[in-house]
Design a protein around this ligand. Structure first.
Ligand SMILES: *Cc1c(COP(=O)(O)O)cnc(C)c1O
Length: 394
């Protein structure tokens, strides 16, 4: 099939749940992508904050290929070494105690919710527990995760959703406190809201939630699916606040392109028992071999240090652009998760950037989102700014 045939036939046989760009990607190398016409793109999207280590990373590929030739799937009736090894590294990196592997971010949220409900049920034997989530949050598309996603546009066609979910204003502790009652079992938030427009939590807010949860024995759930795995310059964003959640959800960069998610709990919060939860593929040796290697490569490639350094450089450059342009209303974010809020829709900017060999994405209609591979250099930032600046300044 040539490029146009792939697009045309895709429009016919794929369910139309995405407005895809008219580009067919073929392969990638480092921070560059190539389409089927041979056009090269600098990638500041990373498959939506997934490809932390860039494309075609040799040691990553080798680890996955090695596992492919051994065993790909075992079911959870058996142990497999890659899952145990990856779980140990995930616990060490997060300070959490126990891991449940699943296949996506959405599933990690589902498991986190079930664990929280089970914890409360174990405590008081009652049903009808409630969860507090944030406005403008994003936690996924399944009916459970969607119930926590504070976005009417995503929720409305699918009501009634899960009952007992209340939405508080992000970064407003009083708004959360006013929703707490004796049925509240969990409070969930993204330490840096991603899809909602790149809004970092304030320290007072996240630390205040931790104190509130401690006081009332409510579980604090941090959704680190987008902002975790080094994206902010710390392994997990909540670390930057000195806050340890009771439950953490991870996915996206965890497998660097292989579909794996996980939720993690502290020993105290680990409430699910045999028969309560499961997944046929969850923790399969192929994806776990990938995640296991990801942790090694974060260390050997000094990924966190790179994010701190290049993230600060990107921050400076985007600040300069924001200062020089009236259409840019705000610049937010930290490390390599940053956003520029415009007074106009950003779709035309994204399209022109793509035509000029730069892949960018939005987070909401007016916000340009920067979530590049975590291995980018200052030179790549310069290259990106050289394409973006004239488009924005027109
Ligand atoms: C992407 C995302 C999810 C959903 O993850 P999927 O792997 O797409 O199911 C949940 N929460 C946050 C914060 C995300 O960015």
């Amino acid at each position: 099939m040539n490029t146009q045939e792939i697009i045309n036939q895709g429009e016919v046989c794929l369910l139309h749940t995405y407005n895809r760009y008219p580009v067919v990607l073929d392969h990638g190398e480092g921070v560059y992508l190539y389409d089927t016409e041979g056009k090269k793109y600098l990638d500041f999207c990373a498959g939506i904050a997934v490809f932390a280590l860039g494309y075609n990373q040799p040691e990553f590929n080798e680890a996955v290929k090695g596992q492919l030739d051994k065993i790909v799937h075992t079911s959870n009736y058996f142990y497999n070494e890659p899952s145990v090894s990856a779980a140990k590294k995930l616990c060490r990196a997060s300070g959490m105690d126990r891991v449940f592997f699943c296949n996506s971010g959405t599933e990690a949220i589902e498991g986190a919710m079930k664990n929280a409900l089970r914890y409360a049920y174990n405590k008081d034997g009652q049903n009808g527990h409630e969860i507090i989530a944030m406005q403008h949050s994003f936690h996924g598309r399944s009916l459970g995760a969607l119930s926590l996603t504070g976005n009417a546009h995503y929720q409305d066609p699918f009501r009634p959703l899960l009952g007992g979910v209340h939405f508080a204003e992000f970064n407003n502790l009083d708004s959360v406190k006013s929703l707490v009652n004796e049925r509240t079992c969990a409070i969930i938030l993204e330490p840096v809201q991603g899809e909602g427009g790149i809004y970092p939590a304030t320290p007072e807010f996240l630390q205040g939630l931790r104190a509130l949860c401690d006081e009332k024995d409510i579980l604090l759930i941090c959704d680190e699916i987008q902002c975790g795995m080094g994206r902010t310059g710390s392994m997990f964003a909540c670390e930057r606040y000195g806050v340890k959640p009771d439950i953490m959800a991870v996915a996206k960069a965890l497998g660097c392109g292989l579909p794996i998610g996980a939720f993690l709990t502290t020993e105290k919060a680990a409430a699910l028992a045999p028969g309560d939860h499961g997944s046929t593929y969850g923790g399969n040796p192929l994806v776990c071999a990938a995640a296991d290697k990801v942790f090694d490569l974060y260390e050997s490639l000094h990924v966190l240090e790179n994010v701190q350094k290049v993230g600060a450089y990107l921050y400076e450059k985007l600040d300069e652009l924001a200062a020089a342009n009236d259409k840019i209303l705000a610049h937010r974010g930290v490390g390599l998760i940053q956003g520029l809020e415009f007074s106009v829709p950003v779709a035309p900017i994204i399209q022109e950037a793509r035509d000029n060999g730069l892949i960018l994405i939005n987070a909401g209609t007016n916000i340009l989102r920067f979530v590049p591979p975590l291995i980018i250099t200052e030179e790549h930032v310069d290259e990106m700014m050289k394409i973006l600046t004239p488009i924005v300044m027109k």
